[in-house]
Design a protein around this ligand. Structure first.
Ligand SMILES: Cc1ncc(COP(=O)(O)O)c(C=O)c1O
Length: 405
């Protein structure tokens, strides 16, 4: 008796298919013994939090990105929240946010009572499209949230020209972008406020963590109070001054990053240049491998940027395939390739539809892209064999799902 195979079983059996035994994730942290030793050293010291390592990490981070000030906080989301707070965004204010980003880029505006206004992205780069930004400006617009999607810096000169002519601030959500540059200027020094995430899938990690960089001392001062309940002095300063007195001048949060996390951050930062190089080498191998594929198209890259490749995103040419993105996603996962999708357009999330009435059709390019994108594994400790496995299996799956001509 013959049993009908599902397409997926057929794929798995197809011609000695190159299935991997273990799932290769799309991103992964890299921790060495010296990272662990640095954390343990702090755990044995007097200061577990708000001690000397915070300032040391902030200084090293500011130097790395070429900014005057760096403020360390407990997550990338806290960094975005602090930036929106520092700009004094209030109820009634609007911030223009790209539709294709992680929800936190928009949520931070809502935290302060503001309204995120979604703008569409460029179909080649999936970065915020400056023309779409200008089309969304109203008398209530206060800022533009520029997200360096996948690790490619936005077109900051064009965005800055728009911001200058309408008197707006720019927040760069550079959670994907550390190590990149735009026209020779480093990510972290490109906007009024630049935010980073130190989550384990990002370039460097402190477990959870975030940083905001700025040239503006006053904004940095406001954010340092904001991360500490809105109190103007911290525990260590009061201890040094032998004082108990403190003042809460504004509403803040506990968004502090611990000293042992900062000790980890200092170590990770030292390795970042090599890791970004490795990410670029992996991306370059993928670019070559998919250059002539009829089914898979890498994202476009502007000429004047240096990409940091937090993600390597491909667009599926659905017109050339007999399956949709969800099926290809499942195929690749079943073959051991841990692909992911970045992102579901934020305006399609139930919360945004309910609270702000956003609907399908609002940002057609982001919606079109969402149906086609997949993030392939990219992280510095990937072996050359891992990279070749990804390439072979992507070719294998897309050939198998080739549309009949
Ligand atoms: C673009 C973007 N913004 C913000 C965040 C939030 O960072 P965190 O997870 O550290 O809060 C992330 C993290 O996934 C992100 O990718």
């Amino acid at each position: 008796m013959s049993v009908a195979l599902t397409k997926n079983q057929e794929l798995a059996m197809n011609g000695g298919s190159p299935v991997r035994k273990t799932l290769l994730p799309y991103g992964r942290q890299w921790l060495d013994e010296d990272d662990i030793a640095a954390v343990v050293e702090v755990l044995r010291s007097d200061w577990l939090t708000t001690g000397p390592k915070v300032a040391e990490f902030e200084q090293a981070f500011a130097e790395f990105v070429g900014a005057k000030e760096a403020v360390a906080v407990s997550s990338g989301t806290a960094a975005l929240h602090a930036a929106i707070y520092a700009l004094n965004i209030k109820p009634g204010d609007e911030v223009i946010v790209p539709a294709l980003t992680f929800v936190a880029s928009a949520n931070c505006v809502v935290f302060q009572g503001g309204t995120p206004v979604f703008a569409d992205v460029d179909p080649e780069t999936l970065l915020l499209d400056p023309e779409q930004v200008e089309a969304k400006i109203t008398p209530r617009t206060k800022a533009i949230m520029a997200v360096d999607y996948a690790g490619q810096p936005c077109d900051y000169d064009t965005l800055q020209a728009i911001a200058d002519s309408y008197n707006l601030s720019i927040v760069a959500d550079a959670s994907h972008g550390i190590g990149g540059s735009y026209k020779g200027r480093r990510v972290g020094s490109l906007a009024n406020l630049n935010t980073f995430s130190l989550h384990p899938v990002k370039h460097i990690t402190t477990g959870e963590g975030g940083v905001i960089t700025t040239e503006d001392f006053e904004l940095a001062r406001r954010m340092r109070a904001f991360r500490n309940h809105g109190i103007t002095s911290d525990h260590r300063q009061r201890e040094a001054e032998g004082s108990w007195f403190y003042e809460m001048v504004d509403l803040g949060y506990n968004y502090r990053l611990t000293d042992f996390q900062c000790a980890l951050g200092i170590r990770q930062l030292q390795k970042l240049p090599d890791w970004v190089e490795r990410r670029r080498a992996i991306a370059s191998r993928y670019n070559d491998a998919f250059a002539t594929s009829p089914s898979v198209k890498p994202l476009g890259i502007a000429e004047d940027v240096s990409h940091a490749y937090h993600l390597y995103v491909i667009r599926l040419n659905l017109e050339h395939l007999s399956a949709d993105r969800s099926t290809i996603f499942t195929d690749l996962r079943s073959q051991g390739i841990g692909v992911n999708v970045h992102y579901i357009p934020v305006h399609l999330q139930p919360f945004y539809q309910r609270r702000f009435g956003t609907r399908r059709g609002l940002c057609p390019v982001a919606e079109w892209a969402y149906e086609r994108i997949l993030s392939l594994p990219i992280f510095p400790s990937m072996s050359d064999q891992d990279i070749e496995d990804v390439i072979t299996i992507v070719h294998h799956v897309t050939n198998f799902r080739d549309a009949p001509i």
